[in-house]
Structures are given as C-alpha cells and as structure tokens.
Design a binder for this molecule. Structure first.
Ligand code: PBG
Length: 331
C-alpha cells in the first residue's frame, strides 16, 4: 500500500524523535517551594507530601545550596508561623526580624544568585486561616491590601527578588507596585497569582503549614469569596488582564494539571511570562500512586512537568523540582 504520509516515519528512532521534539524541559523551568520553621538543625517530614520537609533556616540554606548546584535558580518561601504569633491582621508578616525576613537574608547571603520569591499572603499568619483580614465576618479586601503592601515592603527590605502574592484580593498588584516604587524597590518584581482557583488540591499544603481556614462561627471555612470558581474559564482572562494592567511582571495560574486549558488560553492572550503551580495535591496523588507501584515515579514526574510546559508555562512551581533536576541532569 502506498501511504504518502506516515506520521510514524519520524518516530522510528530515538535520534529522529529528538530532532523533532517540540518542548524540552530544563532545570531553568523549575521553581522549588520550600517550607521553613523556627529552630536549629531540625527538619520535619510532611506526611501528605512524601520527600518534602519543613526545615529550620540553617537547613533551608543548606538545601538552597544543593538546589542551586542542581541547576534550580528560584525558591518560593512559605513559613510555619508559631500559633502565638498569629492574629487577625497578620502583624507578624511585616516583623523585620520575622521568620520570613530572616530566611530571605540567610538565603541571599549564602546563595546570592538564587532568586528568592517569598509568598505574600496572610493565611499562615492569620488566626482565622484566611488570606485576608476579617472585618464583620468577611474577608476585607481593602484592609488586606494595606497589610499586603506593608508585608511586601518588609520582604523587599529583607532582600526578596520577586514577590509572589497568592491571596487573590482585588487591586493588590497595583497597591504593592506603588508601595515598592515609593520605597525605592523599583527592581523587585511581582509574580501575581492572577488565576488562582478555590481548589481541593491545596489540602496537603494547608496541613504542612497548619494554615487551613479555621472553624469559627459566621466566618467562611472555604476561600470561595476570593479564589476563583473552578467552573469558570473566561473569568481567568479577566483576572489576568487586570493584573497585567496593574503592573505584574509574571502571571501565575494555579493549580496546574487539571487547569491546563486555562494555561493554554492565557498563553494565547498575553506575552508576559507565565508561571504554573503544580500544587501539593497533584504531588500527593503522584507520590501515592508511585508508592503503591501503580505509576512509574520518575517518568510520571518528567511527563507531567513537560506537559505543563507544553501547555504554555515558562516556569513551573513544583515540589518535584529537586527530583526532576536530578533526573534531567542524568539524562
Ligand atoms: C495560600 C497559599 C496556598 C497555596 C499557596 N499559597 C493555599 C491556599 O490558597 O489555601 C497552595 C499551594 C499548594 O497546594 O501546593 N496563600
């Protein structure tokens, strides 16, 4: 039979397949989220995220050295805030000697070329476990923005390179940009979580930081009044355009794997770099299956991260960053 077109011709050998490969994952694409806690020379495993730990600052610095030597150029920071330092306003988040501020300084001192991206949100600092200040039982948008600006300036003062607001308040990118410009932090970037959905896939992360919304009468125990509804797609573009107009440098879409349609759509619409968050629940699912022998861990990691890049991500926040870097370096 004469078949003029046979797609299989270009799949006949590994070398030909390499020649026509369209998406190539590299360690430059990876951002490692790290969890930090008080203490010295200690680390605690996070049960729902096999292989992931909370570490004291000294061990976090050591980990950053290792990550950088593997080719990972950015870390995203999350703090386990002691209960007695939590309040409604998240006051501890702008303490110049707070855990986050000390962590940023320590990493920048030890590994100056590591891009340090602290999370900007009140939930780990909030007695209510919300990303905002509660006023009359509701998450108060504008009061929260004021707090986020104060926090942002404090993190920039500590040496942060790029701030990553994950709170989903309206107008916070513009407010943060103004605060940074007015305080001389013109080169500190903003990676905005523009399309962040209210997702069940954040469960393991919230248990890692003990940051889930707490059960208080008359206060919502979910984040649906600020994070997006997963039934919606066009709304993501609206969120993204607004954050671009407010001065975001990088746009984040979150979660990752179940939301790649959104990633592809945003990729078509804007030219700023796009970050995608392969969140804790996605990591937990993969690890659970791999531990049971139901999935090949290494191949599943590289495939999922490559597919996120194929959909349009310029960088991927993933708990598998270190493992992926080792695999990529050994390829
Ligand atoms: C909170 C925040 C969350 C994550 C990053 N920042 C959880 C939430 O919104 O409740 C989730 C990350 C993950 O699940 O890996 N500001």
């Amino acid at each position: 039979m004469i078949l003029y077109s046979r797609n299989r011709r270009l799949r006949t050998s590994a070398s030909i397949r390499a020649l026509v490969q369209q998406t190539v994952l590299t360690t430059n694409d990876l951002v490692m989220p790290v969890f930090v806690m008080e203490g010295e020379n200690t680390k605690e495993a996070i049960a729902s995220m096999p292989g992931i730990f909370r570490r004291s600052i000294d061990l976090t610095v050591q980990e950053c050295r290792e990550l950088f030597s593997l080719g990972i150029k950015a870390v995203n920071l999350y703090m386990k805030v002691p209960e007695n330092l939590k309040d409604n306003k998240g006051t501890e988040s702008w303490n110049p000697d707070g855990l986050m501020q000390r962590t940023i300084k320590a990493i920048k001192d030890a590994v100056p070329d590591m891009v340090v991206m602290p999370d900007v949100a009140l939930d780990p600092y909030s007695i209510y476990g919300h990303d905002g200040i509660i006023t009359n039982g509701k998450v108060d948008n504008d009061a929260t923005n004021d707090a986020l600006v104060t926090m942002s300036i404090s993190l920039a003062d500590a040496g942060a390179d790029i701030l990553a607001p994950s709170d989903m308040m309206d107008g916070r990118v513009a407010a943060m940009r103004e605060g940074l410009e007015e305080n001389g932090h013109t080169d500190v970037g903003i990676l905005s979580y523009a399309a962040k959905y209210a997702s069940s896939f954040y469960g393991p992360f919230r248990s890692a930081l003990d940051s889930a919304p707490k059960d208080f009468a008359d206060i919502p125990t979910d984040k649906k009044t600020y994070q997006m509804d997963f039934h919606n797609s066009r709304e993501a573009l609206d969120e993204v355009y607004k954050d671009v107009a407010e001065g975001a440098d990088i746009i984040m879409i979150k979660p990752g794997m179940p939301y790649l349609d959104i990633v592809a759509k945003v990729r078509e619409a804007i030219d700023l770099p796009i970050a995608v968050y392969n969140v804790s629940g996605e990591y937990a699912m993969l690890k659970a299956a791999a531990q049971n022998g139901w999935l090949d861990n290494d191949r599943a990691i590289l495939e999922s991260l490559t597919c996120i890049k194929r959909a349009g991500a310029d960088m991927i926040f993933t708990y598998a960053a270190k493992e992926a870097a080792v695999l990529l370096n050994n390829q």
